[in-house]
Design a protein around this ligand. Structure first.
Ligand code: COA
Length: 146
């Protein structure tokens, strides 16, 4: 499958918000993505395939810490290396000063946990009842960058 990973632009907002809504039970709105896009601490990358946005990943860097907000790939496009490619694009966008990247993931999300482990993330804790709809613990994972 041929695809391109690139920085998100304002024209992508409706497609990214749609994918977010299709994927997560408490989705960000178009307005939230518009604000994130102009946040100097944020990096959002998208995957474009056949002219359509089929994945995105969103990170913030604050001081020397990076935090992955979200990563999603459209259902029909999964298991083609896109999730990994989006994550690697975020890793490349981390500044020289960044010391680690952190993220939360539902404890039941074994596919994502597997992907994060393969990308060098290790489980460092649990956030009890972190998620709603349904309520579930978050597994806190970190990847050291230095
Ligand atoms: C998690 C997600 C982003 C992975 O994207 P993807 O494009 O399918 O992932 P890739 O094809 O790059 O695969 C990366 C790894 O994920 C795991 N994976 C992917 N598809 C899988 C499947 N069908 N079954 C089991 N593991 C799978 C594997 O560990 C894979 O590594 P490998 O290719 O070396 O086997 C995607 O499944 C998704 O959007 N899920 C819903 C949203 C979500 O859960 N986001 C994470 C929130 S924290």
């Amino acid at each position: 499958m041929e695809y391109t990973i690139r920085k998100m632009c304002s024209e992508d907002i409706p497609a990214v918000a749609r994918l977010e809504k299709d994927t997560f039970t408490e989705p960000w709105s178009e307005q939230s993505f518009a604000s994130e896009l102009i946040n100097p601490q944020a990096t959002i990358v998208v995957c474009e395939c056949g002219g359509n946005v089929v994945g995105f990943a969103d990170m913030r860097e604050i001081c020397s810490e990076c935090y992955i907000n979200n990563v999603a790939v459209a259902e029909g496009f999964r298991s083609n290396g896109i999730g990994r490619a989006l994550m690697e694009a975020l890793h490349s966008a981390c500044s020289q000063d960044a010391e680690f990247i952190t993220l939360e993931v539902r404890e039941s999300n074994s596919v994502a946990i597997d992907m994060y482990r393969k990308l060098g993330y290790i489980k460092v804790g649990v956030r009890k009842d972190f998620y709603r709809q349904p309520t579930e613990n978050a597994c806190l994972m970190t990847k050291p960058l230095k």
